[in-house]
Design a protein around this ligand. Sequence first.
Ligand SMILES: [Zn+2]
Ligand SMILES: [Zn+2]
Length: 418
Amino acid sequence: MEMKAPRGVRDILPDESWKWSYVINIAAKAMADYGFSEVHLPIFEHTELFSRGVGETTDIVEKEMYTFEDKGGRSITLRPEATAGMVRAALENNLCAQGSDAKLWCFGPMFRHERPQKGRYRQFYQVDCEHLGCAGAANDVEIIDLAAEIFRRLGLKNLEAVINSVGCPKCRPVYREALIKYFNNYKDKLCETCLDRLDRNPLRILDCKKPDCGAVADGAPDIYNSLCDECREHFEEVKRGLERLGIAYKINKRLVRGLDYYTKTAFEILSGDLGAQNAVCGGGRYDNLSDSIGGPHLPSVGFACGVDRIILVMEQQGLSFGERPKAKVYVAALDNSARGEAQILTHKLRSAGIAAQCDTENKSFKSQLKAAGNAKFACILGPDEIKNKVVTLKDMADGSQVSISDNELIDYIKDKLK
Ligand SMILES: [Zn+2]
Ligand SMILES: [Zn+2]
């Protein structure tokens, strides 16, 4: 039987992977410019980290986690998101001791058991960026600016930040009650999922994508009327900060995001033409995540962006991924006597940092030259060249040939490739 990958996962192959490198390198440079350092974290954690950190009543924890018992009888979960693990790592390694902050980012796979569809996989990849141990609104502004900066550098069109405040444990219960009271009047219009959420997590009804629920949600009470003074002032400061930096934003009172840990600021970055906007990134402030996993109070703000989605959107917008890396030089052996020398020369070119290929399957000179068509130069080696310690260098673009001595070859090619 031929083995196939499980449903909902895929292979990122060479035709695509070079685009991934491009996107991740651009994001990495932007995050470094903003003072963030890369970390590598485990892809599995104790299940409790997510049930307590992300929230028992979220879709992620209720339905979407890959959870299993390991051979030691512990309940283990493949991370469905990166923030909880990031906070766990910072606490465990004392990165935020004595009131210091930590700016961290990571890249890697996340796992959710969702219905697979275009652009959505059960193993998907995120760049995740977190500023841990920071309370002021200026940090929210900085993190939104950084997210937007990454997409500006990638060339995404018509960027817009969408922001909201989801309140805090002081003021959210008031809003919750107002929502339950309101939605109770429209029980006949809500979908089954929303009915189920009504008492446990009514905020989530606000971001239901079903049109009927959306119509009801549009008339729901405004959270801004319920915010406490601290949350209201924080939200005003975020708006003023974004305006200072010239970052276009919209307020969407229905933006609550699917994770319970958000407090105060929630945001998404959208890109595209009006009517066909795509969320390429989402994030927000999560002042109580650390408390909920047993740590000290650690106000923090961050975002995650899905790389699968970014690449899809960049392709839709016809954006450049830079130049696909390929061999610059192909070393062709004119006959069998030159094959050994051809491999030695290929090794020398590679050691000098020049991407080079040669034939290792005893192919004819003709088919070697055909393969060389993908390179910028072909180095041709035959008995005459070897005897005279030269190489015939053929420019594959115009077919011109020059004879160059062995010891000048590498500098010559490097110069030409500049
Ligand atoms: Zn509040
Ligand atoms: Zn619904």
